[in-house]
Design a protein around this ligand. Structure first.
Ligand code: GLN
Length: 462
């Protein structure tokens, strides 16, 4: 198929289903033009890469010069960036065709996409359920065949958890593997950009394009990365599971996990054993404090990152008659931020305030170190760690939106990887028998070993 054919098929699909799904905040009005130029270049004999001409959905946290970038917030409604995020620039250079910008929880705060200022996205498997969050738009777009591939960001699970509830593949690379330049910052020490797709190989092809050093991101690693697509191909070919040492994290399962999620997970572990993997249980004693530590560190960093939305530099300005500049900022932030964002700014400002800093932020950072040590101890025994990607399948819209704690606890499985900076993938492993909704397997590897996720993920998928 030509890029024009592929792109118009996806635009048609968006026109047909996105009224229900609401995965897109903005659909590009020149995607076909871009597709045509790729087809022309190919016709002229130019050697193009493996994803040239393939349509791509882009989470609205990533800034783009040709489409608005809102991060799901009223405060940035209609905002046009003067530059492209590095991952967007690299995708364009590789010939991918940006289709549009996808819905998300406001500033990527949430696990259901219900905190978007522009209405929730619905799960294509069951429109009365959440598509996960914060990257529910990207995952739903891929699951609903509105896009074959998407980019997301994962600060505490926002690529992996939506993949789990929509039956798609989502990868959070090693911290620093993919540039954060032009990813509107939530928590800078946790944020990582990565791919969303329907197969492990597709995710690998996209990671190959976006990974690698970027001088515009001071935490970008200078590592020479192997091809993730090649790792996925090796995994799909064969015997990578034979002799693989797999650790089941005792703390990421059991009580509180839905029966059907546990069942699919157990069956997958049995499949791994049957294929020759050595499976052991490993202990990560400090993981029980991960959610608490994350929900101090994240708001602390977010409160600082969001201070720049001051009504002067970006986006919305609410200026009551006769207001001082301080009143203008306060009126703008009051009108422009939703309740979850305000909650986290207040939490973060409190955690960082003098007199409380050591007790809250300082303690959370110590827990973070202990979690990193738990991972180091575990990876001294095994090659990869596995768990269900989330405790339950897609929950009903509205169920947790007014219960922040219930929403936060959903992240128990994904948060440890962000706190430690290690890579994680979610791969579909079937449907839970009780509700026929998708379940994902999370695979985690040591930092820098993203290739292991692709190798093992493709083997599990096959
Ligand atoms: N659900 C988590 C949160 O609300 C994760 C967010 C993310 O990864 N961007 O913070």
């Amino acid at each position: 198929v030509s890029s024009v054919e592929a792109t118009s098929a996806h635009l048609d699909r968006i026109a047909a289903v996105d009224g229900d799904v609401n995965a897109f905040l903005h659909v590009s009005d020149h995607a076909l033009e871009v597709a045509r130029s790729i087809d022309d270049r190919r016709a002229a004999g130019e050697e193009l890469g493996p994803l040239a001409g393939v349509p791509l959905a882009i989470k609205d946290v990533l800034v783009t010069t040709d489409m608005p970038s809102t991060s799901g917030s009223r405060i940035l409604e209609g905002y046009m960036s003067p530059y492209d995020a590095t991952v967007v620039a690299r995708s364009r250079a590789a010939g991918l065709v940006p289709l549009g910008k996808t819905n998300m929880d406001e500033f990527a705060m949430g696990s259901s996409t219900e905190h978007s200022a522009f209405g929730p996205t619905r799960n294509p498997w069951d429109l009365s359920r959440i598509p996960g969050g914060s990257g529910g738009g990207s995952a739903a777009a891929v699951a609903a065949f509105e896009a074959p591939l998407a980019l997301g960001s994962d600060t505490g699970g926002s690529i992996r958890q939506p993949a789990h509830v929509t039956g798609t593949v989502g990868v959070k690379p090693t911290y620093g593997a993919v540039s954060r330049y032009g990813s509107i910052a939530l928590a800078s020490s946790l944020d990582q950009v990565g791919p969303v797709s329907r197969t492990v190989l597709d995710a690998g092809l996209l990671q190959d394009i976006v990974q690698g050093h970027d001088r515009f991101d001071s935490t970008s690693l200078t590592t020479q990365w192997p091809s993730m697509a090649e790792a996925a191909r090796e995994g799909a070919r064969g015997d990578v599971l034979d002799g693989l040492r797999v650790g089941i994290v005792r703390q990421l399962g059991g009580e509180g996990f839905q029966a059907g999620v546990r069942q699919r997970f157990t069956e997958t572990v049995e499949m791994l054993q049957a294929a020759g993997a050595e499976v052991v249980e490993v202990d990560a004693p400090h993981f029980e404090y991960a959610v608490a530590a994350y929900y101090l560190i994240l708001p602390a960093e977010a409160s600082s990152n969001l201070a720049k939305f001051d009504s002067v530099r970006f986006g919305l300005r609410v200026e009551p008659a006769g207001a001082t500049s301080e009143q203008m900022m306060s009126a703008t932030r009051e009108a422009g931020f939703g309740p979850e964002v305000k909650r986290r700014i207040i939490l973060g400002t409190y955690a960082l305030s003098s007199g409380y800093y050591a007790a809250y932020y300082g303690s959370a950072q110590k827990v973070r170190t202990l979690i990193q040590r738990d991972f180091s101890a575990a990876f001294a025994q095994v090659d990869v760690l596995v768990s269900p990607t989330a405790p339950t399948t897609a929950f009903p819209l509205g169920e947790r939106v007014n219960d922040p704690l219930a929403m936060y606890l959903n992240d128990v499985t994904t948060i440890p990887a962000n706190l430690a900076g290690i890579p994680g993938i979610s791969v579909p492993i079937g449907l839970a028998p009780e509700d026929s909704l998708p379940v994902g397997l999370q695979i985690m590897a040591p930092a820098y070993r993203d290739d292991r996720l692709y190798r093992v993920g493709a083997a599990v998928e096959a």
